[in-house]
Design a protein around this ligand. Structure first.
Ligand code: FAD
Length: 409
């Protein structure tokens, strides 16, 4: 019989997981409370896709490096199949925020010696030329990186599944339960929406609503992006980042962002946040906001699902209630798990670059195949990491040392 899973959430996380399962011959019921794929955090007009090198080649860098390479292949495959994904490897210019950062960026390139078509260090003059605008400092130039329309990626993932996916839009999951080896998901009236042996939760911060997942330290980070009217051919025609980002104009709109506010639930646009984005834009391209058309700034608000250590959560869910916290420490590989229940979540500010590889990793774990990442990275993203004794305090200390995640947008 054909293996069968339910996926709750049709954003980047859920659509990627569904696509990878279907590629392995699974049947998937995909459920979302919205009317279409990519209506949550994954619904921004455009976002940035690029790697994130570091001096010590830390876990975040290695994960993002692998995910970037995988995402490029995935996007190329979808494009080759005429699926409706919109993206462009326009190049990403990541400018240094100050002289110390500039020196670090230069040192990273000297140390890592990347291929010149993957990453180059550029001085201020070359950076200004690439940006089409005078900039304050040089930085990293990623020629293969670029922008992606994330909702179009969700739609293309779903379209690739063809008849092997059953779509349930406009359906809010209120309860989940397992009986006789089958997971069932129900709406608020108790009506069963779908049943299957495997259940994947890809419903962002809402994944915490169920008793079995309430222990997950997921938080929400509100982000507002500003939409600026822009003429065709106006600079920049590449993505430029510097504690924020500005994209090329697509369909007459350029995106600049983004704000980052944890546990801020306001869904409406805020004038103060647009002002913050324009100040950020001037930090990236000095004087740029003065030449903007005064036609009014639009925008969009989204809520990034965030883990305290800024790494994603991908894998089987730990049976938190069955863990003896007073007993001997267990390795992650021996943690008790909830049978058939999986999570793909916590993408924070990097869902566009991480999602394709995350979907592949999750599908490999569900199917018991060798994972596409080294063991230490598989463990680093294991949702069970948060129920290890002492872990939550450690991860909070670690998170406090990380740079503000808004730099990633
Ligand atoms: C302002 C902003 C800028 C960003 N910029 C970038 C960027 O430049 N580069 C980058 O890589 N990333 C960026 N990101 C991050 C990226 O967009 C997110 O990491 C990603 O979209 C998260 O995907 P997701 O599928 O986990 O969540 P979502 O897209 O929010 O998907 C969750 C889905 O679950 C559904 N759902 C929730 N609860 C239920 C329920 N009970 N029943 C049924 N359905 C449910 C929702 O309707 C939603 O469709 C940005 C995010 C924001 C907000």
């Amino acid at each position: 019989m054909r293996p069968h899973a339910i996926v709750v959430g049709a954003g980047l996380a859920g659509s990627s997981a569904a696509e990878r399962l279907v590629a392995r011959g699974w049947l998937v019921d995909l459920i979302d409370r919205a009317a279409a794929p990519g209506e949550g955090a994954s619904g921004n007009l455009l976002g940035v896709m690029r790697p994130l090198p570091s001096l010590d080649d830390n876990r975040l860098s290695r994960l993002t490096h692998a995910a970037f390479a995988f995402a490029l292949q995935h996007l190329a495959r979808l494009t080759a199949q005429n699926l409706p994904v919109r993206w462009e490897p326009s190049g990403v210019l990541h400018l240094a925020r100050d002289d110390a950062h500039l020196a670090t960026q230069q040192r990273v390139v000297e140390l890592r010696q990347p291929a010149a078509d993957a990453l180059r260090f550029v001085d201020r003059e070359e950076a200004s030329h690439l940006a089409g605008w005078p900039v304050a400092l040089g930085g990293w130039w990623f020629p293969r990186a670029g922008w992606v329309d994330p909702a179009s990626l969700c739609r293309a993932n779903v379209a690739r599944c063809g008849a092997a996916i059953r779509l349930h839009f406009g359906c809010q999951v209120a309860q989940i339960g397992q009986h006789g080896g089958l997971w069932s998901v129900c709406d608020a009236a108790g009506c069963v929406l779908a049943e299957a042996p495997v259940l994947v939760l890809a419903n962002a911060v809402d994944a915490r609503r169920f008793p079995v997942t309430a222990h997950l330290p997921l938080r929400s980070a509100r982000g507002q992006v500003s939409h600026l009217a822009a003429g065709a051919g106006s600079p920049p025609q590449v993505v430029v980042c510097r504690l924020g980002y500005v994209t090329p104009a697509v369909d007459g709109v350029r995106c600049a962002g983004a704000t980052f506010a944890v546990d801020d639930g306001e869904a409406g646009l805020r004038a103060a946040d647009h002002a913050e984005n324009l100040a950020r834009l001037d930090f990236i391209l000095p004087g740029y906001s003065k030449v903007l058309r005064p036609a009014g700034v639009g925008g969009r608000v989204g809520f990034r699902p965030l883990a305290p250590d800024r790494l994603p959560m991908i894998g089987p869910i730990a049976a938190s209630a069955a863990i003896d916290r007073a007993g001997p420490a267990l390795p992650l590989t021996r943690l008790p798990r909830v049978p058939g229940l999986f999570l793909i979540n916590g993408f924070g500010a990097r869902g566009i670059v991480w999602s394709a590889l995350a979907g592949e990793l999750l599908a490999s774990l569900i199917c018991g195949e060798p994972p596409p990442l080294a063991d230490d990275l598989v463990q680093a993203v294991d949702p069970g990491r948060f129920v290890l004794p002492g872990r939550s305090r450690r991860s909070q200390r670690h998170a406090a040392r990380l740079p503000d995640a808004s730099t990633a947008d």
